[in-house]
Design a protein around this ligand. Structure first.
Ligand code: SIN
Ligand code: FE2
Length: 207
């Protein structure tokens, strides 16, 4: 475990290759039931460069009219989100120690050009529970700072199978993805190959 900033816990290689392949199969099932969609920035309607879907009782999305929010149903299919795969629920218990299960698991799919600007995760009402992220596929340069957007930040390479926890003082720290790194060694596991270069799963407690 590596803690570059207090509360930011990086576990490189948390999932081994076979666990990554099994999780990729689970996520392919989630995407089959709840197809990827594009969220848009509030007010401007600018599309985000990642494509996303969710599993869990609540899913995160955004559109021009109503902005960032959690919804119980998929915006296109109108169906409830599929269940969170058991391996992710186990990882949540193990890595966060939080007594209640996560309600939301956001699935973000990055192609080689996708990125995510610095932001805080603050659409939840519970900030006591940490955020847990698990990555699959290409490496990325992730960046985490503090409570102010303009403050200093630390870069961190996230690779396939890595877990990252933002908890305690870091729960509301600004973070983002600068760049997907060219990766010949870690293509997405087969069931997800072809969808993009990298998949990130973010688990949160919302309420
Ligand atoms: C996010 O902050 O929502 C995603 C982070 C990542 O892709 O690693
Ligand atoms: Fe985030």
């Amino acid at each position: 475990m590596h803690e570059p900033i207090p509360g930011v816990r990086h576990m490189p290689g948390f999932l081994d290759a076979s666990a990554q392949a099994a999780l990729a199969a689970d996520i392919a099932g989630v995407i089959a039931a709840a197809p990827l969609f594009v969220s848009r920035m509030p007010r401007t309607g600018v599309p985000m460069s990642v494509r996303m879907t969710n599993c869990g009782s609540l899913g995160w999305m955004s559109d021009q009219e109503r902005g960032y929010r959690y919804e119980t149903h998929h915006p296109d299919t109108g169906q409830p989100w599929p269940a969170i795969p058991p391996v992710l629920l186990e990882a949540w218990g193990l890595l966060t120690g939080y007594p209640k299960p996560p309600e939301a698991c956001l699935v973000n799919v990055y192609d080689a050009e996708a990125r995510m600007g610095l932001h805080q995760d603050r659409d939840e009402t519970d900030f006591d529970a940490p955020i847990l992220s698990v990555s699959l596929g290409a490496d990325c340069r992730f960046r985490v700072g503090g409570l102010k957007r303009a403050g200093p930040t630390v870069p961190l390479i996230l690779s396939s199978g890595d877990a990252l926890v933002l908890g305690g003082p870091a729960r509301l720290y600004f973070h983002g993805v600068d760049k997907i790194l060219p990766s010949l060694t870690a293509p997405l596991p087969p069931p997800l190959m072809g969808l993009g270069a990298r998949v990130n799963l973010t688990l949160r407690r919302v309420s």
